[in-house]
Design a protein around this ligand. Structure first.
Ligand code: UT7
Length: 321
């Protein structure tokens, strides 16, 4: 049986665009280095009045409009973020209040860049058990607020944004649409390769992102190729049958290397990293929304979502749109 169905998608970006050239005015970097090593040309950075919740709310409203459903029909909100507005309550509850659909379930998921995959799998599972019939699954981040803007090895890589998906419980329709298979993994031994050096219980500060980039890169290609193969095996789908891969957008070179490892045609990979940079949990739903709205991803297409991030955490999900 298919899993939950995608009814609509939406996304939101802050007003302000920051180019590589602008960053080169304040840190020792260059447009040439950033483009060659990452593919990133610009990122969006939240300004006054813009927070993870305001971006999440805008993305959620866009997804509801795209799906053509009322907010009152949403019984579950799962929001993936590593940059919540507050330590608590969950940013998902702010979204719920803004949409006016109180009374259902709302909580955040913390799996950093894989957060959207974790949130999607959690929502799918809850919908299948009958806890709700419709869900909003959101990835929203303001990573600009946890960057060390003097550290050129991290500050050039990230951006802010949000993406959202309206998900509906499996209805048993014959078209086979829905989530076909998902695999999630974590390896807590890799904590020190990508983490934030602060938190309420350790330093009582928010902290800054720290990353050993080349080591994360190597793990990412291996883990992503492996988890994609697992989902293909679980679902009995061959790599050639995939219409689109919507990956986490950390680095264009990771996307190329993973596609090569799997024998996947590079033109099937949705790439938005040049425009958005790495928006952590927001990157997969943002890219999914871009590719649906520009007409690349169509109803009936087989779409593979995949991501890897701090923890490490990683995962993949195959969806018939
Ligand atoms: O979202 C979670 C998952 N995250 C990822 O998947 C990120 C994975 N890692 C990466 O994408 C890449 O490792 C980076 C983009 C972070 C770095 O690219 P790299 O090709 O691995 O570069 P590197 O760290 O090996 O650094 C090469 C050189 C170094 O100089 P030396 O030691 O060769 O003289 C760095 O100091 O580039 C230097 N460098 C920079 N130069 C200009 C590092 N950052 C910069 C910079 N501008 N922003």
């Amino acid at each position: 049986m298919s899993g939950s169905r995608v009814l609509g998608t939406g996304s939101a970006l802050p007003r302000r665009v920051v180019t590589n050239a602008e960053l080169a005015e304040t840190v020792d970097t260059s447009d040439e280095w950033i483009v060659a090593r990452t593919g990133i040309r610009q990122r969006y950075v939240a300004g006054e009045g813009e927070t993870t919740s305001t971006l999440a709310i805008a993305a959620a409203r866009a997804a509801l409009a795209d799906a053509g459903v009322e907010a009152s029909s949403i019984g579950l909100i799962v929001l993936a973020t590593a940059t919540p507005d507050n330590t608590f309550p969950a940013t998902a509850t702010k979204v719920q209040a803004a949409l006016g659909c109180q009374g259902g379930i709302a909580f955040d998921v913390a799996a950093v860049c894989s957060g959207f995959l974790y949130a999607l799998a959690t929502a799918d599972s809850l919908l299948k058990t009958g806890m709700a019939t419709r869900a909003l699954v959101i990835g929203a981040e303001t990573f600009s607020r946890i960057l060390d803007w003097e550290d050129r090895t991290t500050c050039v890589l990230f951006g802010d944004g949000a993406g959202a998906v309206v998900l509906e419980a499996p209805s048993g329709e014959a078209d086979g649409a829905g989530i076909l298979g998902t695999r999630l993994h974590a390896d807590g031994d890799q904590h020190d390769l990508l983490y934030v050096d602060g938190g309420p219980s350790s330093t009582q500060t928010v902290g800054h992102v720290r990353m050993r980039g080349p080591e994360v890169f190597r793990h990412a290609v291996v883990n992503l190729a492996a988890v994609l193969r697992e989902v293909l095996e679980d679902t009995g789908v061959s790599v050639n049958e995939i219409d689109w891969v919507v990956p986490h957008q950390a680095n264009a070179r990771i996307l190329d290397a993973t596609a090569r490892k799997l024998g996947l045609a590079p033109e099937k990979v949705v790439v938005t990293v040049h425009d958005h940079a790495n928006t952590s949990a927001a990157s997969v739903p943002l890219a999914l929304d871009v590719a649906r709205k520009d007409g690349r991803i169509k109803p009936g297409d087989l779409v593979m979502l995949e991501a890897m991030g701090g923890g490490f955490t990683w995962g993949a999900s195959l969806i018939r749109m």
